[in-house]
Ligand binder design. Structure first.
Ligand SMILES: Nc1ncnc2c1ncn2[C@@H]1O[C@H](COP(=O)(O)OP(=O)(O)OP(=O)(O)O)[C@@H](O)[C@H]1O
Ligand SMILES: [Mg+2]
Length: 406
């Protein structure tokens, strides 16, 4: 990308109509509850290739309340294929972001994602956790093609199979440099890294675990994060993680297509992409005889992305007998920046023939918007979903976290 501003919420996609962020001063803490948990609030830091998001939540009654949130442009070319290639610049951007939105928490959690991150349910011989921990590298090597020495591996025992002969295990593995680069960036930003999680789990955490919507607890729902460099399809069945798949088509693909069409710099092509839907939403554009040149180059990519999404859903559904509750993905929930394109939900629903909602992290959920307006949560909620899941991370049943010094 071209020159990027240092200020919070100044990414071109967040310029128009950005609601005023009220300076919060000291974050008021419910001391009793914090003492009960014995820890300070945790900052969720989602380091995307395009934007860094930070979220802090605080206890509120029986749930949580959004305390602070901010978005900062990721420094140019500092995050490639999920690896942070310029830790110094990224840590400074995080520092600036935390300062601007007055986030004071020290403990922080970041996440990894991408095609090199493996999350799979596998079957291992029955054994207790301590024995599996000793043999995890050997067992995992049957499922992971990457070198075990260069990978961080974690697992969670889900329980024995019905016949009791083997046990189901959630296996998670990520390249060591991907995990370690996040740890060092958090440290360099003056934070205390508590864990590195997987983006898919964080998204499920904020959108499904904390939702009051029963749809998440019965049957299958697809949570789709449309970012800049990749789109993640995550399927949740009866409230539990079922599948995650990474598709390398997202917001940047659309911008690059416009860049090739016009010969403009990336940043200018990005502006054209936002302008493309200013007058007509995606649905309107697609129903017109395509006069909009940008849409003509973006639409084939979006359609290709949606074909891949459909393939993932079909793959998931094919594992269950037809007619069973799990065999139908009954709803799609969209998160991430690219999901903010006007008309995206209607367009996706039309193509995939499944009802589609835009993620509402702070609505109908145990996480209240606190002092933030509904305009704010509507506009930024879908983008803050992962960071929010990370901030909530240590309070509920998360599947796994990657050890930072394995
Ligand atoms: N209103 C909008 N119209 C079109 N695109 C948008 C809009 N708002 C945001 N985007 C796009 O969303 C993307 C940024 O989303 P997000 O912050 O979720 O990505 P990221 O987390 O940095 O990327 P990744 O996770 O893929 O590394 C950019 O491609 C941006 O152009
Ligand atoms: Mg992202």
């Amino acid at each position: 990308m071209g020159a990027r501003s240092e200020n919070v919420f100044t990414h071109p996609c967040y310029e128009a109509g950005t609601p005023q962020i009220v300076p919060v001063g000291e974050v008021k803490k419910d001391v009793g509850l914090f003492q009960l948990f014995g820890k300070e609030s945790i900052v969720g830091i989602d380091i995307g290739s395009s934007c860094i998001k930070a979220v802090e939540v605080e206890p509120s009654g029986s749930g949580w309340r959004l305390a602070n949130a901010g978005i900062q442009v990721t420094p140019l070319d500092s995050c490639r294929d999920g690896v942070i290639t310029n830790p110094l610049d990224v840590s400074q951007a995080i520092k600036a972001l935390l300062r601007s939105v007055n986030i004071r928490g020290q403990g922080a959690i970041a996440a990894v994602s991408g095609s090199q991150v493996i999350v799979r349910q596998v079957q291992f011989p029955r054994m207790n956790e301590a024995s599996l921990r000793k043999s995890i590298r050997f067992e995992a090597s049957k499922y992971i093609s990457a070198s075990m020495d260069d990978s961080v591996v974690e697992f969670h025992i889900l329980g024995n199979t019905e016949d009791g002969e083997v046990m189901n295990v959630m296996l998670v593995a990520a390249p060591r440099d991907m995990v370690e680069s996040r740890v060092s960036v958090l440290e360099m930003a003056g934070l205390e890294p508590i864990a590195v999680d997987v983006e898919a789990f964080a998204l499920i955490h904020s959108l499904s675990d904390y939702s009051s919507d029963d749809d998440f607890r019965k049957g299958a729902v697809a949570l789709i994060d449309m970012g800049a460099s990749h789109t993640d399809v995550n399927i949740v069945t009866n409230g539990d993680f079922a599948l995650t798949r990474n598709i390398p088509i997202a917001g940047d693909s659309f911008t690059n297509a416009i860049k090739s069409l016009t010969g403009f710099a990336f940043q200018d092509a990005e502006k054209l992409k936002f302008e493309m839907t200013l007058q007509d939403s995606l649905e309107q554009l697609s129903s017109q005889e395509a006069e909009n040149k940008c849409w003509r180059v973006v639409q084939p990519l979006l359609d290709e992305l949606l074909r891949e999404v459909r393939r993932s859903i079909h793959y998931y559904q094919s594992q269950f007998p037809e007619g069973t509750e799990q065999a139908t993905v009954k709803k799609i929930v969209l998160a991430g920046g690219a999901a903010r394109m006007p008309g995206m939900a209607a367009y996706v629903s039309n193509k995939l023939n499944v009802p589609v909602d835009i993620a509402e992290v702070f609505n109908d959920s145990l996480i209240s918007p606190g002092r933030f307006t509904s305009d704010f949560t509507e506009e930024y909620g879908p983008v803050l979903a992962i960071a929010t899941g990370l901030a909530l991370k240590d309070e509920a049943g998360v599947v796994s976290e990657l050890p930072m010094a394995a």
